[in-house]
Ligand binder design. Structure first.
Ligand code: NAD
Ligand code: TYD
Length: 362
């Protein structure tokens, strides 16, 4: 039995990962440590497969004593560290929480592992692993025809979110280099799929379109992201845990390059098909240009040769297939949507981020 501590397992990717591991790995016990911020919800974790192999602890990754206690009590041998503040727009309006959770929180987790795994248990690379989840945003922004980011591309983060993630990546590497902590690290592109909080592009557009609200396009909408269906990300993480080289980082991505406008158009087309009776047809009519995000990164692209060649991983979902599955999921989970819409914090975020944005202003 492998005992895995997942941090941030009540959020979007973390909850998909918990579900994926319980479904596919019969010999794993999971402890999920999550503070349940606005982005985390127990409703992301209902109907888990094999709930007897799962335990939830509400708590802060910055609480080192709590983490040490979990490591000892559950004989944790693997940490998969998702917990973070994750929304670029929020990091622009309030960077403080990003520095606290993403940098100090990661430091605190590393200190707990140094003490319990390395000092007390004299653990080595055969017995423990700290896996850190990072993002393509640490590499900065690409011009239209620049080659995709490689694992060796120098870090050049532009937003407070990206800078805080880059800092945490550096700490993780330093603990490997200095103390011999057995680590692996993955940098992944934009994820989408079930349980994504509707502050991010794809679920925000789906929910707004269902309600006949405008679809806010930042700037000219020609920014490019590489989109990955979340289950493919979970599979890649597990592959790295099982077969990745200690001390190495791996890029993960969906190998696609749509503009934001193309993504929104695809969502609108899918909704036109799936909701033929909607009074908001054609949904593309809801698109509305709004003021751009300050410092908006133009393009991200991932070179995923390393994980493909060394570990044999490739995404299983094409973009159209993944978007179709995602829209279906939101249409079938109205209770989940209503619970979020009722959150005061969510309503006040929408007001704060969108009512101030003047139409079409750059
Ligand atoms: P999310 O915002 O949906 O969830 C974050 C989770 O972390 C929430 O459940 C929240 O309650 C928890 N959390 C926040 N602060 C905490 C604290 N101090 N202690 C304990 N728990 C805390 O995030 P996500 O989109 O699922 O992203 C997960 C990870 O993947 C992050 O590290 C993010 O940087 C990385 N990532 C995300 C994407 C993406 O497209 N979403 C892409 C690449 C990498
Ligand atoms: P987002 O989902 O916030 O992810 P990230 O900024 O981490 O890539 O945004 C994806 C892209 O969509 C990004 O270029 C910003 C843009 N965007 C909009 O145009 N309108 C919106 O309302 C949001 C939330 C994002």
């Amino acid at each position: 039995m492998r005992n895995v501590l997942v941090t941030g397992g009540a959020g979007f990717i973390g909850s998909n990962f918990v579900r994926y591991v319980l479904r596919t790995q019969p010999d794993v016990f999971i402890v999920n440590l999550d503070l349940l911020t606005y982005a985390g919800s127990p409703e992301n974790l209902i109907d888990l497969p094999s709930p007897d192999r799962y335990e939830f602890t509400k708590g802060d990754i910055c609480n080192q004593a709590l983490v040490e206690d979990i490591l000892r009590r559950h004989a944790i041998d693997t940490i998969v560290h998702f917990a973070a503040e994750t929304h670029v727009d929020r990091s622009i309006l309030g960077p403080n929480a990003f520095v606290q959770t993403n940098i100090f929180g990661t430091f605190s987790l590393l200190e707990a592992t140094r003490k319990v795994w390395l000092d007390e248990n004299k653990a080595d690379a055969k017995t423990v692993r700290f896996h850190h989840i990072s993002t393509d945003e640490v590499f900065g922004s690409l011009t239209a025809d620049a080659p995709a980011f490689k694992e060796t591309t120098p870090y050049s983060p532009n937003s407070p979110y990206a800078a805080s993630k880059a800092s945490s990546d550096h700490l993780v590497r330093a603990y490997s280099h200095t103390y011999g902590l057995p680590i692996t690290l993955t940098n992944c592109s934009n994820n989408y799929g079930p349980y994504q909080f509707p502050e991010k592009l794809i679920p925000l557009m789906i929910l707004n379109a269902l309600d006949g609200k405008s679809l806010p396009i930042y700037g000219d909408g020609k920014q490019i992201r590489d989109w990955l269906y979340v289950e493919d990300h979970c599979e890649a993480i597990w592959r790295v845990l099982e077969h990745g080289q200690i001390g190495e980082s791996y890029n993960i991505g969906g190998n696609n390059q749509p503009t934001n406008l193309e993504i929104v158009d695809s969502i609108c087309e899918i909704l036109d098909e799936l909701q033929p009776g909607s009074p908001y047809q054609p949904h593309v009519g809801l698109k509305k240009p709004v003021a751009d995000r300050p410092g908006h990164d133009r393009r991200y692209a991932m070179n995923t040769d390393k994980i493909e060649l060394e570990l044999g991983w490739q995404p299983k979902h094409g973009l159209r297939e993944g978007l179709l599955k995602t829209v279906h999921w939101y249409l079938e989970h109205n209770d989940w949507i209503q619970a979020i819409r009722k959150q005061k914090e969510y309503q006040s975020w929408l007001e704060k981020n969108y009512t101030e944005r003047v139409e079409g202003r750059q």
